[in-house]
Design a protein around this ligand. Structure first.
Ligand code: PMP
Length: 326
């Protein structure tokens, strides 16, 4: 891991090289290691794609200096893009449905981005349509589209995956990660399977999300409180490639909430609900490797903690399960 022993030129250089920390509650025979992404400057995994995608679009000429990125996003992706855009002479506009967390919108604003609200009842679809309409009306504006842009996967193939393998000297038995856009899991899995085609890959989603349907399972669609992972419409999640995934595990809101509170109380991790879900699923995979139910090339499991709980305090993340607004 880089220890940043020398002074850095910009905050962009602090993105990535996050610590990989053992989950202490995982079985000693098959430890789980979590990549703790709140160590990034915008406190989430999405700083990686913000930097990677803006730099790549500038290099390819898809975006010119002084141009504008317009992304429909309710959260961490906006913060990640806003940090990168601000440092790379690019303007950032985010189209956000009204109901989404005010904390994140305040951070985007502080980073110099423009936030445009769309009506809550038009959902994310309304925000996506408005982003494209704005891009058509403006000169030199692009919509990066994290849900369909292969650069999202590439960011993790080039950074997160290699960092994990380096930290564990290549001894990775299984990869377990939550899927929102699925960029994180796809990028790590692609890299891992190239290094060793036997690495076991588990996608994690909330109960009520429909990624499991790609495994031929009947899913009872329902709303969930876990934030940042899951989908109700597989057509919008173009990056998810079921052929790279051995299984999709569903985690209930209650289980994710219990685990995120346990991670704080017992292990000192201030992480949010998608981390709780990832940790619960990764521990389950580790136990099955230990018990001989899963064949993995090494006795280790890697997962990702995507962001921090501080961003969700106003939604009562540390209150009782019933009081947590999700
Ligand atoms: N957790 C949180 C809190 C997120 O914001 C996201 C991004 N939607 C994810 C997990 C999932 O990451 P990805 O989009 O790469 O699947």
């Amino acid at each position: 891991m880089t220890t940043h022993e020398t002074p850095l030129d910009s905050v962009l250089e602090t993105i990535g090289e996050t610590p990989l920390v053992r989950v202490q509650a995982s079985p000693s025979e098959v430890p789980v290691y979590a990549k703790v992404e709140s160590f990034n400057p915008g406190a989430s995994v999405k700083d990686r794609i913000g930097k990677y995608m803006v730099e790549a679009m500038l290099e390819r000429g898809e975006l010119e200096p002084g141009g504008t990125v317009i992304e429909p996003t309710a959260g961490n992706t906006g913060i990640g893009f806003a940090i990168a855009a601000g440092q790379l002479d690019v303007n950032a506009v985010f189209v956000v449905p009204e109901r989404f967390s005010v904390e994140k919108q305040q951070l985007m604003d502080a980073l110099g981005a423009e936030v445009i609200n769309t009506p809550t009842d038009e959902g994310m679809g309304g925000a996506i349509d408005r982003a494209h309409q704005l891009a058509d009306e403006m000169e030199n504006a692009v919509v990066p589209q994290q849900f369909s842009n292969p650069l999202n996967v590439e960011a993790h193939y080039e950074t997160t995956g290699p960092e994990i393998f380096e930290a564990l000297d290549g001894e990775v038995g299984a990869v377990v990660a939550g899927c929102g856009t699925a960029g994180t899991l796809m990028g790590i899995a692609e890299y891992a399977l190239e290094r060793d085609p036997d690495v076991h890959v588990t996608a994690v989603e909330p109960e009520g999300s429909v990624y499991s349907e790609t495994q031929g399972e009947d899913v009872e669609e329902a709303d969930y409180k876990i934030e940042g992972i899951g989908t109700h419409d597989l057509d919008t999640n173009e990056l998810f490639d079921p052929s790279l995934v051995d299984e999709v595990l569903q985690v209930s809101d209650r289980h994710a909430h219990d685990e995120l509170k346990r991670l704080a109380a017992e292990e000192g991790h201030l992480v949010a609900s998608s981390s709780g879900a990832a940790s619960a699923a990764a521990r389950h995979v580790a136990e099955r490797i230990r018990d001989g139910e899963i064949d993995a090339p090494h006795d280790s499991v890697v997962t990702v903690f995507p962001d921090s709980s501080e961003r969700y305090l106003s939604k009562g993340i540390y209150r009782s399960f019933e009081e947590w607004e999700g």
